[in-house]
Design a protein around this ligand. Sequence first.
Ligand code: ZN
Length: 276
Amino acid sequence: MTSRRQFLGGLAATALVTAAGAQAVPRLSLQGTAVQGYPLFVSLSGPVDSPQVEWQGKAYKMIKAEGEERWRAVIPIDIDCPGSASLKVAGLERLVSVKRRNYGMQYLSISPGTLASYDDPQNKADDVAILNAIQRVDDPQFWKGNWKLPCQAPESTGFGQKRLYNGWKKGWHKGLDLAGWEGQAITAPAAGRVIHRARGIVNGNTLVLSHGLGVFSSYFHMSDFAVGSGETVEQGQPIGSVGGTGGFAPHLHWETRCYGAPVFPKAFLQLPADWR
Ligand SMILES: [Zn+2]
């Protein structure tokens, strides 16, 4: 479980790279909990132009809001990330220790028909449409304060569980499930913008919000929608209702993604100080 101890006391401090002379130098700050599957909060100030964070073999664009001095990015720590990884940006490099986390294993027995629907070309197309919608990373940070759970219901399946379907097909649970009842309100966990609304064959009624900085949240199996594509939403605003569309018992499947990669949704409920 997340504890205060996991916060990166050492990394939270701003690292100043000394340079000859009095010239200003870029300052890098890493905040958050460096654990497999968590988001890592990166900010950079100083004389830099359109910086990109290099992390685990990928480059992540940083964003600076109007009037802000710092570039920001929320980058995903891979769920299978090794014990440490090097983060590079603007000529600075930091070795980040990443804690392991065992998210558990789930053995599922499902009907051949349901299993086949996962491989249905339409289901693949539904997922691709979502991934395409979350490729654009140019919204500034819309949220203020810690996020709130989108549905007041107990967690039924946690984020990150490895899954084995019918003893052979591998997968993992990319969101967390909240056991709400059919028709229960789903509210925006944080301010954002509706960037995708669709009816998937397995995902069911699907909504995706952009919260800015490449952070997105998505909602599956909804019974109906309360907002339309392109609408901006405030924290706590109803966005739809819990349902079982896609052929499931009613529940909310809630995902949070950074630059397309699933991350632990509850990490946003207790943000680092500079990111609330
Ligand atoms: Zn789920």
